[in-house]
Design a protein. Structure first.
Length: 232
């Protein structure tokens, strides 16, 4: 994911700027807008409200439970021997994260459909923001992957496991598109199904612990919704 993200990030950024929905006021204003969105994402926990406890508490409890059972669950996944098909789904997910929004943008531009062009741009921006955030969190937490050492998933021990980048990006794109096409249920169903498949493949493929995937998926969902609402 890191190698692919590094190669596709600058290309995706240029394509996003090229979208008529985002390049109306010049490169400088576009960049400031992108950085402002990034700032709002990082500072969003400071604006949490009491009403957010209805999902923060279950998420925290679920994450704590998985932290406690990560090693055992990862070993069970390894014994199931789904590595090969999981890696195929995972690799496809890496491409989907950027290809889906770009395809929607392209269809919109070629057909003169402003809605599709804008929706693709929003989803692409969500993917870019999720990539920036997840890579920063990986460096900050340094968690070992399940296939390193004894598979304990130690933090600050030379790894890049937490959270799952594939999961975060896939859910960011899915939630952004689902929001943009809130009246079309098939968009949400197909997007979330693809994101779920990619997320599960990261566990069954031995790339991530379940808690990595839960946190990554949750953060991606939040990023996608946030960016979509900012550019509704």
């Amino acid at each position: 994911m890191v190698g692919i993200a590094r190669k596709l990030f600058p290309i995706a950024f240029v394509l996003l700027f090229a979208s008529s929905s985002f390049a109306q006021t010049g490169a400088g204003d576009f960049t400031r807008q992108f950085l402002d969105d990034e700032h709002h994402l990082w500072t969003s926990p400071l604006r949490a409200r009491t009403s957010d406890l209805k999902w923060l508490l279950p998420l925290s409890a679920g994450t704590a439970f998985l932290f406690h059972n990560d090693t055992a669950m990862s070993r069970e996944a390894e014994e199931a021997d789904f590595q090969h098909p999981s890696h195929i789904v995972s690799s496809a997910g890496s491409i989907y994260t950027f290809a889906a929004p770009i395809a929607v943008m392209a269809i919109g531009r070629l057909s003169g459909n402003a809605k599709a062009s804008h929706a693709g741009g929003v989803a692409l921006e969500a993917a870019l923001h999720s990539t920036l955030i997840v890579q920063t969190l990986k460096v900050a937490t340094n968690r070992q992957r399940p296939d390193i050492g004894k598979g304990q998933g130690d933090f600050w021990d030379g790894g890049r496991s937490f959270p799952s980048g594939h999961s975060m990006s896939a859910w960011a794109v899915a939630s952004a598109l689902a929001d943009q096409y809130s009246g079309k249920k098939w968009v949400a169903i197909s997007g979330y199904s693809a994101a779920a498949a990619v997320s599960l493949s990261r566990i069954s493929g031995g790339n991530h612990f379940p808690s990595d995937v839960l946190v990554g998926s949750s953060l991606g969902w939040l990023v996608g919704h946030y960016i979509s609402h900012r550019h509704k």
